[in-house]
Design a protein around this ligand. Structure first.
Ligand SMILES: Cc1cc2nc3c(=O)[nH]c(=O)nc-3n(C[C@H](O)[C@H](O)[C@H](O)COP(=O)(O)O)c2cc1C
Length: 148
């Protein structure tokens, strides 16, 4: 903690889920990560990010639900890579915390969409750097089959 900012930026890495620790992450730590996300710059204060945190049973439920939606798609003829679907499922199950990053467009569309996507990316970087500062590994998964 309290590392030099350049060191934090340079030591942040995408750590694939299979290499992440399975150790539980405390609520206080998750809250710190989310609070720092909220401090990301965003035009007209639209704060176009929402986060949903999944641990334990809720994470298992999320995994099951995503999996059955994707399997339904495959069964109805969509060309999804089933190996990638299986890998995504086991990734969610193996990590201690999964955070869904949701883009919520300003209802009045007061700023261009790209600015809001950029703002969400800045929020994610804040989260990722905070995790690094706290010696936690993190990974941003954006598989082609999400969002639904
Ligand atoms: C917007 C965005 C989406 C990403 N999505 C994925 C992904 O779906 N799968 C993956 O393996 N890595 C993903 N990554 C991580 C990049 O592959 C990773 O950041 C890059 O290889 C550089 O490695 P580093 O983050 O350790 O410097 C994503 C990164 C960004 C910024």
């Amino acid at each position: 903690m309290n590392k030099n900012i350049s060191d934090v930026i340079k030591s942040r890495r995408a750590t694939p889920p299979k290499f992440l620790s399975k150790k539980e992450v405390s609520k206080v730590v998750i809250q710190r990560i989310l609070e720092n996300a909220n401090w990301a710059p965003n035009h007209k204060n639209t704060e176009p990010w929402r986060f949903k945190v999944y641990t334990g049973k809720s994470k298992q439920k999320l995994s099951n639900e995503i999996y059955s939606l994707l399997i339904n798609k495959i069964e109805s003829g969509e060309s999804l890579n089933s190996q990638k679907v299986d890998k995504f499922k086991s990734s969610i199950e193996s990590v201690p915390v999964a955070i869904a990053i949701i883009f919520e467009r300003d209802a009045a569309e007061r700023v261009p969409e790209w600015q809001e996507i950029a703002a969400v990316s800045m929020a994610v970087q804040n989260m990722w750097l905070t995790a690094t500062d706290l010696d936690l590994g993190a990974f941003w998964a954006t598989p082609e089959f999400l969002p639904f």
